[in-house]
Design a protein around this ligand. Sequence first.
Ligand SMILES: Cc1ncc(COP(=O)(O)O)c(C=O)c1O
Length: 349
Amino acid sequence: MFFASDNWAGAHRSIAERLLQESTGFAAAYGTSELDRRVEARFAEIFEREVSVFFVATGTAANSLSLASVQRPGGITFCHSEAHVIEDECGAPDFFSSARLVAVPGEAGKIDPDKLAKKIAGFPADAVHHGRATAVTITQATEIGTVYSLSEIDAISAIAKQSNLPLHMDGARFANALVALGATPAEMTWKRGVDILSFGGTKNGCWCAEAIVFFNPEQAKEMPFIRKRAAQLFSKSRFIAAQFDGYFENNLWLDLAGHSNGMADRLRAGISGSNSARLAWATTSNEVFAVIPRSAAKVAEERGAKFYEWPVPTATPELVGSEETLIRLVTSFATTEADVDGFLSCLVA
Ligand SMILES: Cc1ncc(COP(=O)(O)O)c(C=O)c1O
């Protein structure tokens, strides 16, 4: 009953086997092997256009270096107030890009387009004392399990484009969002005006495989140097490529995300039907937030369930009663129906 995070799960067997296959041979280093090239070409097929792809090891590196690639002195990147880049990356995006992050509020973990426009307007291009707007970043799926619809991405994108700002997407849970929307990778990204994507594989069955994807290769020109200086150019880059090769084969990545979203649906249904617990807010990806009795949380922990208690949002303290707690449950490709049902049985009052 591991619901603490999707990165607590191991690696999918097919990806492990793909790595093993690759482990005995020799191949050119630093991203120049035939396999690296082939997997880069696979990204182009998946996104239905020419792309520039850079493999890195962590989601934090993917976000930080993506944002560094578009920065100018005094730069400001706008993100949601609960975004991973501003809350959970120890200032790495600021460190690597020498830019600041400015938080924009919005319901359901999503940037409010009107508030974004107002924030950007607060940094006119000639106001040297305040700094200047240089990028916008959104997270898909969001940190609280919600998913931007295609029209919601359009609304953010339109504002970014009006101000000539590149739009970055943190896709640590890209596949979960894609499956939840039933969209194609192209529809959820460049067709909506996304310029740069942090494409996550680790949370969805890889060992550690993340990629930075540029939809306009012109914008990627500095990235080879940015990545090297950030110590993210792996000599044995082919082992990241091999993970993605296994990940994409026969659409494994979509099947895995479909499974973890399905397990989250099962949790959502069970919690909604319970007489002692309730969903804290609606989610559609592989994260579920629930308000449960403290006594049930204790029982679940005693039975071996792993999950995090989550801070109650300051705007809605009434969400959680004095004998209750807010928890986050994250499903993964490795979650089983027995795990879900085992957790739900702890909620029986
Ligand atoms: C939305 C989001 N972005 C980025 C990351 C960063 O990933 P990593 O821990 O690999 O740096 C995470 C990890 O939890 C995440 O949830």
